[in-house]
Unconditional design. Structure first.
Lengths: 186, 256, 186
């Protein structure tokens, strides 16, 4: 299938270097699958190489880190330097979500796919404007209609949600039941 | 009794709900608002240091209603959901007043009237705490930055899209379209005198004018008609000539 | 000059790490002057730190390099890996659309079947290249000719469109009322 390229087999250090370059140029977290496809290597090799690269970054203690986010790898700055970076970029921490929006997002994250009436039931309050905010910020997406009376739209979290909250995937969310006993039985 | 303000679980937000109690047992709304009736209820239960599984419903209901009245007196619009909860509380309170024995007779298993409310509160509280967890995570994430834009040949503006983007974009196009139509209507207010003035100005500054091109500049049928009349008028009243240099060629208006 | 911040003096390795992070987040090559201003260090110190950083990158032989461009420093991939990077950039998922293409797609999705002149009328802009893009990406398909003057070609959305936007069928497209639900009754 790939006759025209008569490639020398890559050394592991070369593979690591190429992976670093690809993660750098990618706009989004780069998945194992894409790396395996582009580099024509098996996933295990990719996995080993990336782990090696992550370790190297940790040992260097430079300004950058490689993190696993939204099912892929991404290079970002280390948190320690946020003050200087913010000063340079002249940015302030971006606008925070309101309590209503955060609560709504929490319900959607744990109950997805979930409809507006279902969110109302849990929060006890209309969440329409919060949902609009979350859609505008691309933290949630429509996930088709529910087969129920009125066929209400269902919502779920987006890839941007994973990225903005630094999650590998949804399974990384702590179990919601664990939040239960914090204030019970005061 | 307590002079200092209570710390709430949800203390992460600057607009945190805040009720200050002074020595005279008056409650005062300090800032912001609760995220919903369940939020307020949880707050009141904590304030009373009550056990959530044994809510002193009469007292909590009074406090709740006091808060609602306060909101009203401060001209804060009370959302319907807060009123629904008020009704629920009053109902639970009245059911609690019924003698338990008679209830037990009807129902083998006596169900605490507060049960459903407690379940909802517990369920809600989980998500309230989950929201705080999300808040903490996002705070950490805000300290992390991605690489700057890489220069490339294809630096055109790209957006990743969802169905809602499609709808949003579509609505924008329609709005834009509406605006254009309105603009057109405004332009149609132009009178023959104005059209004549425009035509004269154009012709006398350039000495000659391509009539066809002039017509093409018109934005509506009405303007086109006005332009046509204006050309006829100018030929009649001024020393100008209509020329066509070749058959089917463009028609030129030339000052003599 | 800088009395209010009682900073610990930075170690040289910390300074190098911060510079690396700043070069990483900057859109343009970062000059000595900007670095000196942001970090409140003198230019000589910056110069030494950057040289050290460049050396470190050279010794690592990773996928990235720091280059001096247009009087500033920039992180870029090493030239050796251009082939793999180009291959990756070509195979990038094509879910991204320009705004022109997105607008055209929106018109087609909601007004299908629709002709090019009709799209022009709604968008107020020529949409020929956007239509070509959408056809190339298989998001739209030709749907026969309209029985009108010139018998113009009509377009509609494709099955790939449904897949890419996570829709079961066209009835699942959010409608204007869905948005109104969200904005009314806050």
């Amino acid at each position: 299938m790939n006759q025209e390229t008569e490639k020398q087999p890559r050394s592991i250090s070369e593979l690591i270097a190429i992976i670093e370059a690809l993660i750098f140029v990618a706009d989004e977290p780069l998945t194992e699958k894409i790396l395996a496809d582009v580099l024509e290597e098996d996933k295990e090799t990719i996995q080993i190489a990336v782990e090696e690269l992550i370790n190297e970054y940790k040992q260097r203690e430079g300004g950058l880190q490689i993190r696993e986010i939204a099912g892929g790898w991404q290079i970002s700055t280390r948190t320690e330097f946020h003050e200087d970076i913010r000063k340079f970029l002249r940015t302030r921490p971006s606008a925070k979500l309101s309590i209503a929006a955060l609560e709504t997002l929490a319900v959607i994250a744990y109950k997805q796919p979930v409809t507006v009436p279902e969110i109302l039931e849990i929060r006890g309050v209309q969440s329409a404007s919060a949902i609009k905010t979350l859609l505008d910020k691309r933290l949630i997406v429509a996930r088709g209609r529910k087969e129920a009376v009125g066929r209400p739209m269902q919502y779920g979290t987006s890839k941007d949600f994973l990225i903005q909250f630094g999650l590998k995937d949804l399974s990384e969310l702590p179990n919601v039941e664990d939040f239960e006993d914090l204030t019970v039985g005061i | 009794m307590e002079q200092q303000t209570e710390q709430l679980i949800f203390d992460f937000y600057t607009e945190k709900p805040h009720i200050v109690r002074n020595a005279h047992e008056e409650i005062k709304l300090e800032l912001g608002k609760f995220a919903g009736p369940l939020d307020l209820l949880l707050y009141l239960i904590k304030q009373e240091q009550a056990n959530i599984f044994d809510i002193p419903i009469a007292r909590i209901t009074d406090e709740y209603l006091k808060y609602i009245r306060l909101m009203k007196s401060l001209d804060i619009s009370v959302a319907g959901d807060f009123l629904v909860m008020a009704a629920t509380l009053i109902e639970v309170k009245s059911r609690m007043l019924l003698p338990r024995e008679s209830l037990a007779e009807i129902d083998e298993e006596f169900e605490d009237p507060r049960r459903e409310l407690v379940d909802r509160l517990l369920e809600y509280e989980k998500f309230k705490n989950a929201a705080q967890m999300l808040y903490e995570r996002s705070t950490v994430e805000q300290a992390v930055f991605m690489r700057g834009e890489i220069e490339s040949d294809e630096n055109n503006l790209e957006v990743s899209t969802t169905v809602f983007d499609l709808l949003g974009v579509f609505q924008k196009i329609l709005a834009r379209h509406k605006e254009e139509i309105q603009l057109e209507i405004e332009r149609e207010e132009m009178s023959l005198a104005e059209m004549l003035k425009t035509l004269k100005k154009r012709l006398f500054s350039a000495k000659e004018l391509n009539v066809l091109k002039f017509f093409q500049e018109m934005n509506s049928r009405r303007e086109l008609v006005l332009a046509f009349i204006a050309v006829l008028e100018i030929v009649r009243t001024e020393s100008v000539k209509l020329l066509q240099e070749e058959i089917f060629g463009d028609i030129i208006l030339r000052k003599q």
